[in-house]
Design a protein around this ligand. Sequence first.
Ligand code: 13P
Length: 252
Amino acid sequence: MRKKIVAGNWKMNLDRTQGEQLIQDVLAQKAEVSKGAILVFCPPFPHLGYAKSILGAENSIFLGAQNCSDKASGAFTGEVSAPILRSFGVEYVILGHSERRQYFAESDSLLAQKVDQVLANGLQPIFCCGESLEQRNAGDFVNLVSEQLTKGLFHLSAESFAKVVIAYEPIWAIGTGVTASSAQAQEMHAALRKHIAKYYGEAVAQNTSILYGGSCKPDNAAELFACADVDGGLIGGASLKASDFIGIAKSF
Ligand code: 13P
């Protein structure tokens, strides 16, 4: 059975005091999280060390990074590698977020290399894909988003692909307050699952968690999570407030 996941992408927000408080507040309310769902905190890199200490042996809340290098080590000032992340107890790495693609010019081929690094170090990629409003209006958005998976992931063996989590994040819904309707989300998630099935077979596709991201809030999460092919959320703004994050995590 595929995992139900609610991952909080803090982006470049919260200082240490605020981050510690948020994690403590979420921990205090974790009993409310829907049965079988797991939470992932994806804070900026410097938070990872203390976050792991706070979480301790907690077995339903995990740590994720928002990015990592395509290289294993070496003279790459400012970069953080998958082996370093692993040594801090990180288990997930967001890759291919539209903000990385757009503002940091991350290409499909670079992302494919980052995916390899993450998997080679025993971490799980949360691989993001999604179309802009212009691309949606142009009509061919399902193929376009499917291609993002093909280029970033389909070089993997079925065994490696099985460790990947997908996050569909329509760019027009990120931080805008405009959520994809449940029908729009379901249409894309089902299409992506079918695309995966074509390459890796039905069993692998059925086991792949596909998260939705883009203005997901406590008041729309239940409708989105009720969709057959939506397995949780990658949450930006609403992950910065414990009551909102928990409000989403109890919506399965
Ligand atoms: P918002 O939830 O703030 O729209 O952000 C979504 C996102 O980009 C998560 O990665």
